[in-house]
Design a protein around this ligand. Structure first.
Ligand code: NAD
Length: 490
């Protein structure tokens, strides 16, 4: 098989030699074969990227000072170039992290152009400056300015979708960006850089420097960065929050989760299995907002355990590039080891494993979907984020208790309520302490803010709120007109 190897980095609008000599090798989690490589970014590459981004932002005719409509034209071309590469983007993501290809086509190929257009429209549909008549004489001109150079750090699980939660609003607002992809998923990021170059995104507005946590940490602390936008683990997010606190640097954090699905006693779960799968085991269990705790009423507990066990057993496991595959491999051997550690922990704490827990193939980092029943919410696997296809089924006696269990978590990112009565389910959803909750489904719609509370993060992406995350307010006090001046002096 031919591999995809990039010898250069995309910095300052050109492909240039990296400062260092190391490379990042990329391996297929399905075959364990090497599928490509990119140069490993270094601190010197981050310096060059931030410098290019600064110039693009600070220049008098720079991106920040363009009319939003002119930026929207460029971002439309970017969307078109991404669409032209959509099939290859989906294929690369699927090959790198094991995401089933049908999902990669939606999340990785489809979502980014949608977001670019949504934020371009938002940015051009309302004036940037708003005059306000004053109460103390004169008037004020209130504007939303782009926050500056953004350091964007993303994980491997939904690499393009998550990158564009940051890139689309940041670029539409007039910011320039240094993107640091995760080491596991770099080939899609380089394809995205090719699309940006083909679209004529101005030099330095978008720079891509791949590397590990050291390079990411260097970017977070870089004096040329005005704002950090991070998606990843709570552990890394905590360090980034502390660092940005010390630097007084604005930061958005999208972190981990342990969300709950509350199944109310009138739910026809068998009729909603497709949607339930999408909320619990999507992307091989590797999505931050997945409902990995499933709360079932005691009155129907055995039946619900059986339904979910049957669902898990029915899922086709295999090559992520096969459109029939529902469950692909975990991203890496390390990740599978970690998940297997949690499965062992679940067993040792006395949970009943109804299915799964095994490696279905000799090759690749696969793990069959695993269901644990008869748990309480204090078990380790009910409390900690596993990031794999493992669900904890927890019984509850009444709705009050279900809500209390859902809220008994250090996290607060997602969640769902299942019922045949949408109005009642919505009243339950209002009482769940979480940034987002779905009723009988869950979808990150571009128009509505997404993000977490508690240890799931700070700030919001998507919606107008996601644009505001890359803007700062500026007020210009206009001079009083002579009559008003006199009035003020009196
Ligand atoms: P991770 O935190 O290890 O890495 C994420 C990214 O941050 C990578 O690019 C990594 O190189 C970089 N990084 C790590 N430590 C850093 C540091 N100290 N400074 C700067 N950069 C650093 O996370 P992961 O294991 O790759 O991803 C899985 C985690 O991401 C899970 O906890 C998951 O819940 C979370 N996640 C959250 C969301 C969300 O929107 N809330 C979305 C996807 C994933």
């Amino acid at each position: 098989m031919t591999t995809i190897d990039y010898p250069q980095l995309y910095i300052g609008g050109t492909w240039r030699a990296p400062a260092g000599h190391d490379s990042i090798g990329v391996y297929s989690p399905a075959t364990e074969n090497r599928i490509g490589s990119v140069p490993r970014g270094t601190e010197a590459d981050i310096d060059a990227a931030v410098s290019s981004a600064r110039t693009a932002f600070d220049a008098p005719d720079g991106w920040a000072n363009w009319d939003p409509k002119e930026r929207a034209d460029v971002l439309e071309r970017f969307a078109v170039e991404l669409e032209a590469r959509g099939a290859e983007t989906a294929r690369r993501v699927s090959m790198q992290n094991g995401m089933p290809i049908w999902l990669a086509q939606q999340f990785e190929a489809g979502f980014p152009p949608l977001l670019l257009r949504y934020y371009s429209d938002l940015m051009t549909s309302a004036p940037v400056e708003e005059p306000r008549v004053g109460m103390l004489g004169g008037a004020s001109l209130v504007s939303k300015q782009p926050v500056g150079v953004v350091g964007a750090i993303v994980p491997w699980n939904v690499p393009q979708g998550i990158s564009f939660l940051k890139l689309a609003p940041a670029l539409a607002a007039g910011c320039s960006v240094v993107l640091k992809p995760a080491e596991e998923t770099v080939l899609d990021a380089f394809l995205m850089a090719e699309a940006a170059a083909a679209a004529g995104v101005p030099d330095g507005v978008l720079n891509v420097v791949p590397g590990g946590r050291e390079v990411g940490a260097y970017l977070v602390e870089h004096p040329g960065v005005d704002k950090v936008s991070f998606t990843g683990s709570t552990a890394a997010g905590r360090w980034i929050a502390e660092t940005c606190g010390r630097l007084l640097r604005p930061v958005t954090l999208e972190l981990g989760g342990k969300s709950a699905a509350i199944i109310l006693d009138d739910t026809d779960l068998a009729a909603s299995l497709e949607s339930f799968f999408g909320c619990t085991l999507l992307n091989n269990g590797q999505i931050c907002w997945l409902n990995t705790r499933v709360l079932a009423p005691r009155s129907r507990y055995n039946e619900i355990v059986d339904t979910i066990t049957d669902l898990a057993r029915s899922l086709t496991i295999g090559d992520p590039l096969d459109p029939e595959t529902k469950i692909g491999p975990l991203v890496s051997q390390r990740q599978r080891d970690r998940v297997e550690g949690y499965i062992a922990q679940g067993k040792s704490e006395g949970a009943r494993m109804t299915t799964g827990g095994s490696r279905p193939f000799d090759r690749g980092w696969f793990l069959s979907p695993t269901i644990f029943a008869d748990l309480d919410n204090n078990a380790t696997i009910s409390r900690e984020e596993i990031f794999g296809p493992v669900l904890s089924l927890i019984p509850y006696s009444d709705e009050q208790e279900a809500i209390a269990i859902a809220n008994d978590s250090v996290y607060g990112l997602g969640g769902t309520v299942w019922s045949s009565d949408a109005e009642h389910a919505t009243s339950v959803a209002r009482r769940v302490r979480s940034g987002t909750v779905g009723i009988n489904h869950y979808v990150n719609d571009p128009v509505a803010p997404f993000g977490g509370i508690k240890q799931s993060g700070m700030g919001r992406e998507l919606g107008p709120e996601g644009l505001h995350a890359f803007q700062v307010y500026k007020t210009i006090y206009l001079p009083p007109v002579p009559d008003q001046q006199q009035a003020t002096q009196l």
